[in-house]
Design a protein around this ligand. Structure first.
Ligand code: GEK
Length: 298
């Protein structure tokens, strides 16, 4: 699987850089002052203010007598950029291109939602790519620790760059959110943390908020109905984590911490539920091992 298993110190970052530099037709080089933003680094240490944490994820490196359920607390926030890159195959590519895709769906004077925003990686990609007049981002997360750090990072950017899309970061439950008319809604690896029985209603409310021409972009870990496919892609995901420097103990303890908290669905379940929620079309645009991203059109 060449290309998937990367140098542990540089997990899966090279693809993003390459894509970011491609002068493709999707990347609208702004005919105005925002052109400088194209040089803004993607979630890395930056002169733009607060440096993004580079602390390596060693949370599960020592044997634990009892592995607690995974929570998005201060310990996780400190290592989150490292953890998500080394754990989710294709994450940097998905995040960067989520900005590129969003730029195609953004409607003037509308809201772009980043639901389950964590440290704001998607919000920052939206800021790099969306050039539509009058758009603003609403980022929502129910982890106080995530929201606090996310605000620090975004404030750092605001202090250095002009003409960034305005962002409001809300600490709250996306299940309780009153949606405003939106052209883009990103659920980047968040729906899998919502109780399965709540997912359809949430997607229905998102669908109702979407403007014509808009889109939901949904990224998730997948499970597979076919046992052999499920096993193969699961094993290859473990190989990806090993190649990114995680030990067998770390992999096993993380799995045990997350299994009660994160409940993946199959691609078929996602598609059926999105259609049941009122979406007219579901198009997968990315899959790397057992992680995928879909575009759902209103
Ligand atoms: C990224 N999108 O970097 N309401 C609000 N936030 C929630 C809820 C909820 N009900 N449940 C979970 N979260 C990010 C990565 S991480 C995915 C998203 C991962 C939040 C939770 O606090 C966490 O920050 C995020 O959803 C999931 O592109 O860590 O695998």
């Amino acid at each position: 699987m060449p290309g998937l298993l990367r140098n542990p110190t540089q997990p899966a970052a090279a693809a993003t850089r390459t894509l970011f530099l491609l002068p493709g037709r999707f990347i609208r080089q702004g005919a105005h002052l925002r052109a400088n933003l194209a040089k803004m680094p993607a979630l890395s240490n930056t002169a733009a203010g607060t440096a993004v944490s580079k602390e390596p994820d060693r949370l599960f490196a020592q044997p634990l007598a009892q592995v607690p359920d995974f929570a998005f607390n201060e310990d996780v926030v400190r290592v989150f950029p490292d953890m998500i890159k080394r754990s989710v195959p294709g994450y940097p590519t998905i995040v960067e291109n989520l900005g590129v895709l969003a730029a195609q769906f953004a409607q003037p004077d509308s809201v772009l939602y980043d639901l389950g925003s964590s440290l704001g990686a998607v919000t920052q990609a939206l800021r790099r790519h969306v050039r539509t007049e009058g758009c603003r981002v609403i980022a929502v997360d129910n982890s106080a620790a995530m929201v606090e750090r996310c605000r620090e990072y975004l404030n750092g950017q605001d202090s250095m760059f002009q003409e960034l899309l305005p962002v409001e970061v809300i600490e709250g439950d996306i299940l309780a959110l009153e949606f405003k008319p939106a052209s883009v809604v990103a659920l980047n690896f968040t729906l899998q943390f919502i109780a399965p029985e709540q997912r359809l209603a949430l997607l229905g409310r998102i669908r109702q908020s979407l403007l014509p021409g808009g889109a939901l972009i949904l990224s998730e870990k997948l499970r597979f109905a076919d046992a052999q496919e499920h096993q193969l892609l699961g094993d290859l995901h473990i190989a990806f984590k090993r190649a990114n420097g995680y030990s067998e103990l770390e992999i096993a303890q993380k799995r045990s911490a997350i299994e009660n908290v994160m409940k993946p669905d199959s691609l078929e379940e996602h598609t059926e539920r999105l259609l049941a929620a009122g979406f007219s079309k579901v198009v997968p645009w990315f899959q790397c091992l057992n992680f995928a991203s879909l575009i759902a059109l209103p």
